[in-house]
Design a protein around this ligand. Structure first.
Ligand SMILES: Cc1cc2nc3c(=O)[nH]c(=O)nc-3n(C[C@H](O)[C@H](O)[C@H](O)COP(=O)(O)OP(=O)(O)OC[C@H]3O[C@@H](n4cnc5c(N)ncnc54)[C@H](O)[C@@H]3O)c2cc1C
Length: 297
C-alpha cells in the first residue's frame, strides 16, 4: 500500500523530486476540481502529496475524508497536515488514530494559528498543546509515523529574532521530526540561509523548499502574505507591470519560478514542494520544464 511508504523513503533517490499540496474541498464542485487535479498529477508521479488542515469541523472532516481516499484509491503517497488549534490532546489522538486507520503514515505536525486572525493572541485549548514540538512528540508516541514540521526562511512572524527561531525549529526537529518544509520565500539565498542556520546548529534534518507557481497577481499577493516579508524590487519590477495582462503575467511568473527552482536544484534540495491551489496545470508545466518527471510520466 503506497499509503504506508514514508516521505523520507521517497526522498532517498539520487535526483531531486517534487511534491504537491492541496487543501480540503469546501463543496461537491470543489471536490470534483480537487480530484481532477489529483488524477492529473498522479500521472506525473510526485514523491508525495499533502492535504492541509483547516480550523473548522467541516474542513477538518474534508481533510480526513480526502486523505483516506488518496490512500485507498490512488498510487500517491499521502501526507496529512495536523494542527493543535482548538483540539484537546484526546481529540488529537483520535485524528492521528484516524490517519493511521486509513493508511496514512506521514503527518505534517503544526501548531496552527488562532482562527480568524493569524496574528491574534494564541490561546491554547485547556487540554491541548502549545507548540508544534509537543505535537511531534505526540504523533511519534502513537505509532511508526514519518513526521514533518514547518520552517520559516525569514523567521516565524512570532519569533523575536532569527536565532530564537532557529533554536525552536531545531528543537522540534530533534523532538522526532524527519524533515521540515519551508514557508514561501523569494530568493534561493533566503532558503539557503535557513538551511545554513539549521546545519550550523548541528542539525542535519532534510529541508524542503515550498514553491508557489506565480500564475496570477493573486498568487503573488498570497506569496507575499504567507512569506511574512516584502517582495524584492527585482521581482516586483518583472511582474507588476504585467498585472493587467493575464497571459503575459503567467508566462513571466512561471519563468521567475523556473529560475528559482533551477537555482534550488543546483544547490542540492531533495524536493520542491508545490502549492497547487487544487489546480494541476502550472505545476505540471513547471516540473516538465525542470525535468523532474519520472520516465513513465
Ligand atoms: C509547509 C507549511 C504547511 C502549513 N500547513 C498548515 C495547515 O495545514 N493548517 C494550518 O492551519 N496552518 C498551516 N501552516 C501554518 C502554520 O500553522 C502557522 O505558520 C503557525 O503560525 C505556526 O505553526 P508552527 O507549527 O510553525 O508552530 P511552532 O513551531 O509551534 O512555532 C510557533 C512560534 O512559537 C515559537 N516557539 C516554538 N516552540 C517554542 C517554545 N518551546 N517556547 C517559546 N516559543 C516557541 C516559534 O519560534 C514560533 O515563533 C503551514 C505552514 C507551513 C510552512
Amino acid at each position: 500500500m503506497t499509503g504506508m511508504t514514508t516521505v523520507v523513503e521517497r526522498l532517498r533517490g539520487d535526483r531531486p523530486v517534487f511534491s504537491v499540496e492541496f487543501f480540503p474541498p469546501r463543496d461537491a464542485a470543489d471536490e470534483a476540481v480537487l480530484w481532477r487535479s489529483i488524477r492529473e498529477l498522479e500521472a506525473f508521479d510526485p514523491a508525495y502529496m499533502s492535504i492541509t488542515y483547516g480550523a473548522g469541523g467541516s474542513s477538518r472532516d474534508g481533510t480526513i475524508r480526502s486523505i483516506a481516499r488518496v490512500a485507498t484509491e490512488t498510487t500517491l503517497v499521502p501526507m496529512a497536515h495536523l494542527t493543535a488549534v482548538n483540539h484537546s490532546v484526546a481529540e488529537l489522538r483520535n485524528v492521528i488514530g484516524w490517519y493511521a486507520a486509513v493508511g496514512v503514515r506521514n503527518v505534517l505536525a503544526l501548531r496552527g494559528d488562532p482562527p480568524g486572525d493569524p496574528y491574534g493572541e494564541w490561546v491554547p485549548h485547556p487540554e491541548g498543546l502549545n507548540y508544534a514540538e509537543e505535537l511531534v512528540t505526540l504523533v511519534r508516541s502513537l505509532g511508526d509515523f514519518c513526521v514533518g514540521v514547518s520552517a520559516f526562511p525569514y523567521g516565524h512572524p512570532r519569533s523575536p529574532d532569527l536565532d530564537t527561531d532557529t533554536t525552536y525549529l531545531v528543537r522540534k526537529l530533534r523532538a522526532g521530526a524527519d524533515f521540515a518544509i519551508a514557508q514561501l520565500f523569494f530568493e534561493a539565498e533566503d532558503f539557503l540561509r535557513l538551511r545554513d542556520r539549521v546545519a550550523g546548529a548541528g542539525c542535519d534534518a532534510l529541508l524542503i523548499p515550498g514553491v508557489m507557481p506565480l500564475t496570477t497577481p493573486r498568487t503573488l499577493h498570497k506569496t507575499i502574505e504567507l512569506s511574512g516579508a516584502s517582495a524584492p524590487d527585482r521581482l516586483l519590477r518583472r511582474l507588476e507591470p504585467l498585472a493587467g495582462d493575464p497571459r503575459a503575467f503567467r508566462a513571466e511568473g512561471l519563468d521567475v519560478v523556473t529560475e528559482l527552482c533551477e537555482r534550488l536544484i543546483a544547490e542540492g534540495v531533495p524536493d520542491l514542494h508545490f502549492y497547487t491551489f487544487n489546480r494541476s496545470k502550472a505545476t505540471r508545466e513547471l516540473v516538465t520544464r525542470l525535468g523532474l518527471l519520472p520516465a513513465r510520466a
